[in-house]
Design a protein around this ligand. Structure first.
Ligand code: CTP
Length: 442
């Protein structure tokens, strides 16, 4: 009996896939189809797959052409499968010609003619895109525009510059002279103006029936942050706070592992984010705080019982450096942020059985380590990081708008309200805030 194997993502199963499976089956008596797992696809940069692995497996099974369907989970698995399943022929579409010649050592390799004029990418592109408008401009916006190009089904349709904003280097994005013009063109707004104006910009966009992805912090008071979520819910719109680290695969997996008790009960979270900035437009806590606070609220929740802050201020009274200590019912946490002071930008989570270290710069995570008393138990985890998490952030925002998937997001209403509330308490000094020293701005 001749055994044939083939592999693919098989997203939105189409005629090209069916022809390929039919031809592969005709090469032998028994056909095994490997369907790529989400992790495998993400690792090779394929992030736009619409269907879950189970939906794709079911679709392949429903063709009646596969005798067996298996998941493809790791690089090199094809060699293992060919040996384990005693494969005679490896078959794949002609778009891969030459790329699997290394398998000739193990079995016969056949490239089958690809069906012209159809692909999953094409089908995904046929869906009406979510048209996204941008309010405000910063370096983050330039990255946002670049990353949006990797996300299928999103189209940046205009930008509204506020005041003396620099202009985007991307000349293909139309400038809108007023917000009305921007709203007319788009379904959703990315709010990336100065922190103090984000609340009003988000509110205005929501009132005009637009979904909103707003850079963090979304507001400078708890009440304002809360009202944005309430208005969005009332009008059946998506309102999302944008913290790109929250969407990085390594970060998401870290949180899941911690919640599964891998290092025991958590006793402390220490998070540090610093960078030397020439000008400090909004101070360290507003600039870095959302990221530094992210793992603290994700891991320990938002119901701290005590908090105190200490800042080193510049001549303009902006904080060059801030340290915040929190006490929770069963754990403590601290964050250190600085635009005018430098430290090791790592995240350390301590537990009753071990600890996690995410090395600097932890907010761009692609790796972390779990360490234990017996170092032979230590484990290192590596993940693909695409666009510092921004690509995934845009993708998940789009999925929520389309209602196709409900991503497991850590930044919920309670998280956003808690962080905006922390800023409010810090600025109004309703929590202990110590000024350590005034330094000349650099
Ligand atoms: N295939 C084919 N003819 C097509 C499309 C795909 O023969 N028109 C083959 C591929 O060569 C591969 C298998 O089907 O052997 C699975 O391909 P997959 O990558 O899942 O499909 P695509 O439509 O190419 O997906 P995408 O656009 O996401 O790359």
């Amino acid at each position: 009996m001749k055994r044939v194997i083939t592999y693919g993502t098989f997203d939105l199963l189409h005629e090209g896939h069916i022809n390929l499976l039919r031809r592969a089956k005709a090469l032998g008596d028994y056909l095994i189809v490997g369907v790529t797992s989400p992790d495998f696809d993400v690792n090779r940069g394929k992030i736009n797959v619409r269907q879950s692995i189970m939906e794709r497996i079911e679709a392949v099974k429903a063709t009646g052409l596969a005798d067996e369907v298996i998941p493809e989970e790791y690089v090199g698995q094809k060699i293992d499968d060919i040996i384990n399943y005693r494969i005679d022929i490896f078959a794949i579409g002609s778009d891969w010609r030459g790329q699997f010649d290394y398998l000739k050592e193990y079995c016969q390799v056949v490239y089958l003619e690809r069906t012209p004029g159809i692909s999953s990418t094409q089908l995904r592109n046929e869906e009406r895109p979510v048209r996204l408008g941008i309010v405000g401009y910063s370096q983050d916006v330039e990255k946002f525009i670049a990353e949006s190009r990797f996300v299928c089904g999103v189209e940046i349709c205009g930008i509204f510059y506020c005041g003396s904003d620099n202009r985007s280097q991307d000349q293909s994005i139309p400038t809108c002279g007023d917000l009305g013009q921007l709203y007319e063109r788009c379904d959703a707004i990315y709010v990336a103006n100065e922190p103090k104006h984000r609340y009003s910009a988000s509110l205005d966009a929501l009132r005009h029936g637009k979904h909103v992805l707003c850079e963090s912090p979304v507001a400078l008071s708890a009440e304002e942050a809360s009202s944005l979520f309430d208005i969005a819910a009332t009008h059946d719109l998506i309102f999302q706070e944008g913290i790109k680290t929250a969407h990085a695969l390594a970060y998401k997996r870290l949180i899941l592992m911690l919640k599964s008790g891998k290092i025991g009960d958590i006793v402390s979270v220490k998070s540090t984010c610093t960078s030397m900035a020439r000008d400090i437009p909004c101070g360290s806590l507003v600039g870095w705080g959302p990221i530094a606070c992210l793992p603290i609220f994700d891991i320990l929740g938002v119901d701290y019982t005590f908090v105190r802050a200490a800042s080193v201020r510049g001549a303009s009274d902006k904080d060059l450096y801030t340290n915040i200590d929190f006490v929770f019912p069963n754990a403590c946490a601290s964050l250190e942020v600085g635009y005018g002071a430098k430290s090791e930008g790592e995240l350390v989570v301590s537990g009753t059985n071990g600890y996690v270290l995410v090395p600097s710069p932890w907010w761009k995570p692609d790796y972390f380590e779990m360490r234990f008393e017996d170092f032979t138990d230590n484990k290192k985890f590596f993940f693909q990081l695409n666009g510092e998490g921004l690509r995934q952030e845009i993708l998940e925002f789009m999925q929520m708008i389309k209602g196709t998937r409900r991503p497991n997001l850590s930044i919920s209403k309670s998280h956003s309200v808690a962080f905006s509330g922390l800023l409010e308490s810090y600025f109004k000094k309703t929590i202990p805030v110590y000024t350590l020293k005034k330094q000349a701005d650099r």
